[in-house]
Design a protein around this ligand. Structure first.
Ligand code: ZN
Length: 235
């Protein structure tokens, strides 16, 4: 099983790994800092470097406990090769800021209205998140935006923790997504915004809320009687 370096260290920009195999689908490594698409966060891009050869990584995905790095010309790599991976950092850091911003929002909405998240998607210049909310008036949107920016400005530490699965039973607020989306593993990863919010999560995050910048709610969409979408942009 591949070692997912980004789970422990979201700021790892370069790493070395062994090539395990090369398939039609992509290059499989024994460890990787590339984030594979999932949980509303897009895949990383970057480079795999072997000697003088550079391979552009255009897309990374997870399948059957393996991570596939989609590169052109991978045939010239051989299992056992040591490659250096380099993450396209500007792109990734933007996703980290947006991902933590979405956790701030989900914490605010959960604390105020008890709503959970039904879906989310990050892109390079905005992000959206859907909540089980019946009513989302202009006034509520303003309250949510103000409260979210308050948390950002409080410069709270964002910490990664690992907990045994049993703890979910004692602390159900850790679950903000559909329970069937929680990975079936004994140790779960928790992303905690100190003193404010903690939830099960597999994404990459900034280490302090002040790195998010200013959160602006640019749009809300009624996705059904009990489902409301909020779109944000970071400034
Ligand atoms: Zn998340």
């Amino acid at each position: 099983m591949v070692e997912l370096l980004y789970l422990l260290d979201c700021y790892l920009k370069e790493f070395e790994a062994h090539v395990l195999r090369i398939s039609e689908e992509g290059v499989v490594l024994d460890k990787t800092a590339f984030y594979p698409e999932g949980g509303g966060q897009p895949s990383d891009k970057g480079l795999l470097i072997h000697g003088d050869e550079k391979y552009e990584v255009n897309y990374v995905f997870k399948k059957d406990d393996e991570v596939y790095h989609v590169v052109k010309g991978a045939q010239t790599l051989t299992p056992g090769d040591i490659v250096k991976g380099v993450i396209d950092w500007d792109r990734r850091y933007t996703y980290m800021r947006y991902h933590t911003a979405l956790h701030v929002l989900s914490g605010v909405v959960y604390n105020l209205y008890g709503s959970v998240v039904t879906g989310s998607q990050i892109s390079e210049d905005k992000a959206r998140i859907d909540f089980t909310l019946e009513d989302l008036s202009k006034e509520k949107v303003q309250v949510i935006e103000d409260k979210a920016n308050e948390i950002v400005q409080e410069a709270r530490a964002v910490k990664i923790k690992f907990i045994p699965r049993e703890e979910l039973l004692r602390n159900p607020s850790l679950i903000r997504i559909k329970p069937e989306l929680i990975p079936n593993i004994p140790i779960l990863r928790v992303v905690e915004i100190e003193g404010f919010d903690a939830q099960i999560d597999g994404g990459t995050h900034v280490s302090n809320t002040r790195e998010i910048g200013r959160i602006r709610i640019i749009k809300t969409i009624n996705k059904g009687r009990f489902n409301k979408r909020i779109e944000i942009k970071l400034e």
